[in-house]
Design a protein around this ligand. Structure first.
Ligand code: 9MR
Length: 747
């Protein structure tokens, strides 16, 4: 309704720009309205609707009747085409919107009006009857005259009425300066320091000379004091920082604060209880990720939900899944397994590393000096299988292993014995969407060498660990592993297509030598057979320097082999060298940690934080922890413990990246069903869910709208729309489970 000025340049804007010190050229850019008739005073033209939507004027707004029963957001829409956007220019996208009844979602996008319909900015606010005003700033990644503003309204079972007004796309606005609220400048592990462990903190300050610090107990009494150590400018944050070491104070307690430079830290504990709880919570994450089974509310209060993908409409089910067109002529029952992340896809590659890491958590407990297998034993995780006399962690992982085995190409079919790379929806779905509400067709994607070797490695590892509990399953797993190994040798270079990223992630990897090494190592550890030992010994990966700054992950799996060869008892010739290589890797990560003013074993080249950096930090910590398991050297134990501080708040954003832990925690992780930020009737992720963390490449539009130009640690935002910095996944929580278990064992 309201009239807008175009080419607006107000005095306050000028003054404001002068105040924040923008260059004159930027301050003087004209703000130009791109949307035509966003105010709906006399007509709805030139706005279009999809054919199933009826729109008209109502009280100077555009109102649309949206049908129920469509599958995707874009199945019902209102929009305007032929908008011009200029690459690198910032736009303010604003509108008011209402929806009746309450609770429906509009996906508001700015994108390309023709195929491939790229989206440059999107938000999915939940609408209310009373209405809200929305305003966002983003920077266009392209030059185009075929831009579109769209309001996608489909995907609802029920019809609803949508009204909008004052739709504007204003070009030439100053890029938004997003200022995260980082709280007190004294940064601590907000969860807990172990009484006998290291205790370090970081102070953000302008001071360049040492400052006094005080440790106060919950009653405010000073119980320790000392001096900070100036550390200069920290590359990972761009901040001038000091470090504080208060490790000499060992008294247990809650509600401690650390005071320096006139600021008091967020409160923290000195104790062990939090890590006993975290070990369980991090592993309990997997039950609520299960596909193919109803989640029981009595076991996870607030998280009960119907079974997903069990052939009940609107699901198309996972019981009878065809391949993508032209890929195969059979269907497979691939029910079960864990959903990968905030999406409903199931991927063998990523399932593989996650399975390995959870099994390794269990296997470490069997062999390490501080290991306690009972801590994740029967009855610890509150899962349906608790009480069956099998360790709960093995029961949980079995849910995924059974799925991985189902992904193997059946005998008699082309590529028999290989594993399909992944299975997921044909198209990406919107948020929120419970697994049981996903209407998309599910498809198997081509088999790959990497998926096949992930299956071989994890099934071989499973064979040795489940043998005491289920001989038949152990034998089945080993047979599947051998078959997969043989198939991979016959097809050593069938890689997943890096462009196969519609409806699910690509998980592409163009090097399988590390997966061959890993599968051979697991087969050797389980069978002791010479051909597998020979493959390990002849692999160039066996002697390669594999503990680089980035750390291992789903695509770089050599460390899985090296760590297991070093820590699981075996008679591999030259095993001492293998153990030394792990200790050498740990020494390097310790050196990184010691040099880092935030005390973490992660300093990627050019300060480029990787997708899921939080788990890379944990993985580097796993190498340090393994060096402790190998040598018993206390510096490795302390380094592994200190690595956790960053994740729990000793960081530039002063946030704990684990839901439910720390005074300020990440809790809006990108997820289709823990989507409380979009729908108040849904939960946040369960306690113990790790957020991906800072990602310098900020691939999602929401992060791009807020974090452009961010430095390292700042490339993160706790918003459900930020899938590139704030998702949760099975392969990140496995790293958390692995380290939480190590830390709990040191208490
Ligand atoms: O974690 C994955 C990251 O390493 C890749 O670079 C990225 C792009 O392929 O995909 C990430 O994994 C996502 C997957 O593709 C789909 N499910 C959610 C995963 C976590 O964001």
């Amino acid at each position: 309704m309201k009239r807008r000025r175009t080419a607006l340049l107000s005095l306050t804007a000028l003054l404001g720009s002068a105040l924040v010190g923008l260059p004159a050229s930027q301050a003087a850019a004209d703000e130009v309205e791109q949307v035509r008739n966003g105010t709906f005073d006399t007509t709805t033209a030139p706005w279009w609707t999809s054919s199933n939507v009826t729109a008209g004027l109502s009280d100077g707004q555009l109102c649309a009747d949206v049908p129920g029963g469509t599958a995707n957001r874009w199945d019902a829409a209102v929009g305007q085409n032929d908008l011009t956007l200029v690459k690198g220019e910032s736009y303010r996208f604003s509108f008011t919107a209402k929806g009746a009844p309450d609770g429906h979602v509009a996906r508001a996008i700015v994108g390309l009006s023709v195929a491939p319909y790229d989206t440059w900015f999107e938000v999915s606010p939940q609408l209310s009857v009373s209405g809200n005003a929305y305003s966002y700033t983003f920077t266009s990644p392209v030059d185009t005259t075929q831009g579109q503003v769209g309001f996608q309204l489909g995907g609802s079972a029920e019809p609803f009425r949508f009204c909008m007004d004052d739709v504007s796309l204003l070009g030439g606005v100053p890029p938004e300066v997003y200022e995260p609220d980082t709280g007190p400048r004294v940064r601590v592990n907000q969860v807990a320091y172990l009484p006998a462990g290291p205790k370090n903190a970081t102070l953000v300050t302008d001071a360049t000379t040492k400052l006094p610090w005080q440790l106060k107990n919950a009653g405010g009494t000073v119980v320790a004091h000392g001096w900070t150590v100036p550390r200069g400018t920290d590359a990972s944050s761009g901040q001038n920082v000091h470090s504080i070491d208060f490790g000499a104070h060992r008294k247990r307690g809650t509600g401690y604060t650390l005071v320096a430079d006139g600021e008091a830290s967020r409160p923290f504990d000195i104790g062990t209880g939090a890590y006993d709880r975290l070990r369980l919570d991090a592993a309990k994450y997997y039950y609520t990720q299960r596909s193919g089974i109803a989640i029981r509310d009595d076991l996870r209060p607030g998280y009960g939900r119907p079974a997903g993908h069990v052939d009940v409409a609107p699901n198309q089910g996972d019981g009878n899944v065809p391949c993508q067109p032209g890929v195969c002529d059979y269907t497979l029952d691939v029910t079960g397994g864990w959903y990968d992340a905030g999406d409903h896809g199931k991927y063998v590659v990523n399932g593989g590393i996650s399975t390995w890491e959870l099994l390794s958590t269990y296997e470490r407990a069997l062999h390490a000096r501080t290991g306690r297998p009972a801590a994740l034993g029967d009855g610890t995780l509150a899962i349906p299988e608790s009480g069956n006399k099998v360790p709960d962690l093995l029961d949980e992982v079995r849910w995924e292993l059974d799925f991985l085995l189902k992904m193997q190409v059946p005998d008699g079919k082309p590529l028999a014995g290989m594993a399909h790379h992944k299975m997921h929806d044909e198209q990406w779905t919107g948020l929120p969407l419970l697994p049981s509400d996903d209407p998309q067709k599910r498809e198997l994607h081509p088999p790959s060498t990497q998926a096949t070797l992930n299956l071989a490695a994890t099934a071989a590892q499973a064979a040795r660990l489940y043998r005491p509990y289920d001989k038949a399953f152990a034998a089945q797993a080993l047979a599947a592993a051998r078959k997969a190994w043989t198939a991979a040798l016959a097809h050593p270079a069938r890689y997943a297509d890096p462009d196969d990223g519609i409806g699910g992630g690509a998980y592409a990897d163009s090097d399988a030598t590390d997966e061959f090494y890993w599968a051979a190592a697991e087969l050797y550890l389980t069978t002791g057979e010479k051909p597998f030992a020979d493959h390990v010994l002849n692999s160039p990966v066996h002697t390669a320097d594999i503990f680089g700054p980035l750390g291992y992950d789903w695509a770089r799996t050599a460390a899985a082999a090296r760590l297991d060869l070093a820590t699981v008892p075996n008679r591999l010739p030259g095993r001492d060298k293998v153990r030394q290589s792990v200790v050498k890797g740990a020494d390097r990560y310790l050196a990184t940690l010691t040099a880092h003013p935030y005390g973490m074993p992660y300093a990627p080249a050019d300060n480029v934080y990787d997708w899921g950096s939080n788990h890379q930090i944990l993985h580097n910590a796993v190498v340090i922890a393994s060096a402790y398991d190998i040598t018993g050297g206390s510096k490795y134990r302390d380094g592994a413990l200190q690595s956790m501080d960053y994740l729990f708040g000793r960081n530039a954003l002063n946030i704990s990246y684990v839901t439910g832990y720390g005074e300020v925690d990440a809790k809006n992780q990108h997820s289709r069903w823990y989507a409380r930020q979009l729908d108040a009737s849904l939960p946040n992720p369960p306690d113990g869910t790790l957020a991906g963390g800072p990602n310098s490449s900020i691939q999602d539009p929401y992060a791009q709208s807020k974090l452009q130009g961010c430095v390292g640690q700042f490339c993160y935002i706790d918003d459900i729309q930020s899938w590139s910095t704030n998702e949760h996944t099975i392969n990140w929580n496995s790293a958390l489970t692995r380290m939480a278990s190590f830390v709990a064992d040191q208490g």
